[in-house]
Design a binder for this molecule. Structure first.
Ligand SMILES: *Cc1c(COP(=O)(O)O)cnc(C)c1O
Length: 238
């Protein structure tokens, strides 16, 4: 556990240096600590170290942990952190994710967007901020919109008034040298610039890109949200 403090400091320092190289301020980049597979005690440790954004990819794992942490924080009069849904949303789990997360990073089909919109309206919940996941590299095993289907999908999704599209997200391929995925991050930024021009009605502001192995390169290419697990919490055990 003591290691989390050291690792977090190191990640923050690397993030700040990368932000400087990109010509921005480190506080313009949101660090989402990815806590999948880790228990509530570990999440609480990071919270006590000042982390206020957490990410999980499976709602059935996340919701009990979110509730347990909230109960602790409530009883101590402490503010709740912000939760991010970063994993693929299965259609049968749409009801589990609505109204639970400040931002859903992983809307990857028009069908899923429509289903979320319908359920949010039925439940009388507030507009849900979302990002659209893009499979920039075109790997067949990855979720996300292909580049060429993105404009058509955006046009449809912007018609859904219970979702607010705030940007794009991608997961880069696993490579040895992070420099190899720089073009992926650069392309995501270009795609958002193109969408900004074509659909100025949406508040395009977030590029969720960069993980443990590649976050510095992602920040240099304009990331506004990095999602970091192992560099803070160590290796995951399944
Ligand atoms: C697990 C996960 C992360 C964090 O990965 P690390 O390599 O541990 O930093 C980021 N994004 C998504 C979508 C994930 O599933």
């Amino acid at each position: 556990m003591e290691k989390i403090a050291e690792r977090l400091e190191s990640v923050k320092a690397r993030l700040a240096r990368a932000a400087e190289r990109a010509g921005g301020a480190p506080d313009e980049i949101t660090l989402v600590a990815v806590t999948k597979t880790h228990p509530v005690e570990v999440i609480r440790k990071a919270y006590d170290l000042g982390v206020r954004h957490f990410g999980e990819n499976r709602p059935e794992e996340a919701l009990p942990k979110i509730e347990a942490l909230n109960a602790q924080l409530d009883s101590e009069g402490l503010p709740k952190p912000t939760w991010h849904m970063i994993g693929h949303v299965q259609h049968r789990k749409v009801k589990m994710v609505i109204g639970r997360y400040a931002l859903i990073h992983s809307v990857d089909t028009v069908k899923l967007a429509r289903r979320l919109d319908t359920r949010i309206r039925e439940a009388g919940l507030d507009v849900q901020p979302v990002l659209l996941e893009v499979n920039v590299s075109g790997e067949p095993t990855k979720y996300g919109f292909k580049q060429d289907e993105l404009p058509g999908a955006v046009e449809e999704i912007l018609k859904l008034d219970r979702l607010q599209v705030q940007g794009l997200m991608t997961v880069a391929p696993i490579v040895k040298d992070p420099e190899e995925v720089r073009p992926v991050f650069r392309r995501l930024r270009e795609l958002m610039d193109e969408l900004k021009e074509r659909f100025p009605e949406a508040p395009w502001r977030h590029l969720s890109m960069g993980m443990t192995d590649d976050f510095e390169v992602a920040v240099e290419e304009g990331s506004t949200i990095v999602r970091i697990g192992r560099a803070i919490f160590g290796p995951r055990e399944y």
